[in-house]
Design a protein. Structure first.
Length: 291
């Protein structure tokens, strides 16, 4: 059985850890509220913009008029895994890395793969791999703003148009709620067209001015930048939700461990007191016998 000093030191250590995890949970909760507000406000705009784009671009000309929708033989692929800068958020980062590696090995084996990590965790992992790394934007989460994300999106879009990449894939966590983050693998480029009966029916509701071509030319790049920004915001909110959940569980586990340690401490203390009493009684008996 451990001595009292060891148990007491461990109790103090677990108690200090519990205070840290509780503080981190509160910080994550505060950051989550702001990040959640951003993604909730962004989603309706992004969804409506995408719906209008699909409606306008689903005409008779098809997708050939849009440079960002040109289908090519896939030889060069850019994959953008979006992780966090910090850990202590459960399986948040490892899920993205696993999904990215599965995509590389299963879907694009034999292709020329380039990795564009966003988030230090993705950068730290993939810089040790043999894949070419485009590491200009891995510190994007130090200042999450549309202007910063827009520059990254524009560079990716220009590289696709120039033929440097034939396909661009985003891998990120989609925020559902505090406890649920869903790993999403999304084709960013070329644009995936959806032509449904509902879309065809809704097309009659739009009057396009000054021309369909002008609207597409202006709308498509903005829609892609918004889509990229939404993925970053989703990942940002998911990170804080995952960290809040992880720190909440860690705090609860520390509380359970403290209960066990205090029980061990009390038992050890009682055993030590009992031993001391037995020694005193044995000493007194020995004295009486000698007399």
């Amino acid at each position: 059985m451990a001595n009292l000093k060891e148990v007491k030191e461990r109790i103090n250590s677990v108690s200090s850890t519990q205070q840290i995890t509780k503080a981190m949970k509160m910080v994550a909760a505060a950051k989550l509220r702001r990040a959640q507000d951003k993604i909730i406000q962004m989603r309706p705009y992004s969804q409506k913009l995408t719906a209008i784009l699909n409606n306008i671009s689903s005409g008779s000309e098809g997708s050939t008029d849009i440079v960002y929708a040109q289908e090519r033989a896939v030889g060069n692929v850019l994959i953008v895994p979006i992780t966090s800068d910090k850990g202590l958020c459960g399986a948040f980062n490892s899920n993205i890395i696993k999904a990215t590696m599965a995509t590389l090995e299963n879907e694009y084996a034999g292709k020329a793969i380039t990795i564009m990590p966003i988030g230090k965790k993705a950068f730290d992992y993939f810089r040790k791999k043999s894949y070419p790394l485009k590491a200009d934007y891995y510190q994007l989460f130090e200042d999450v703003s549309f202007d910063n994300v827009k520059r990254a999106a524009e560079e990716v879009m220009d590289a696709f148009v120039s033929g440097q990449y034939d396909k661009v894939i985003l891998v990120y966590n989609e925020f559902k709620n505090v406890a649920t983050q869903i790993v999403v693998k999304e084709q960013f480029l070329p644009i995936v067209k959806t032509a449904s009966e509902e879309t065809s029916q809704q097309q009659q509701d739009y009057i396009v001015e000054p021309s369909k071509e002008y609207i597409i030319e202006e709308l498509v790049p903005n829609s892609l930048k918004i889509q990229f920004y939404k993925a970053v915001l989703d990942s940002n909110a998911s990170e804080h939700g995952a960290r809040m959940t992880a720190m909440s569980k860690a705090t609860d586990n520390a509380a359970e461990l403290l209960k066990e340690l205090k029980l061990i401490y009390n038992r050890t203390r009682q055993a030590a007191i009992t031993n001391e009493i037995l020694e005193i009684v044995a000493g007194a008996n020995a004295l009486e016998s000698s007399d």
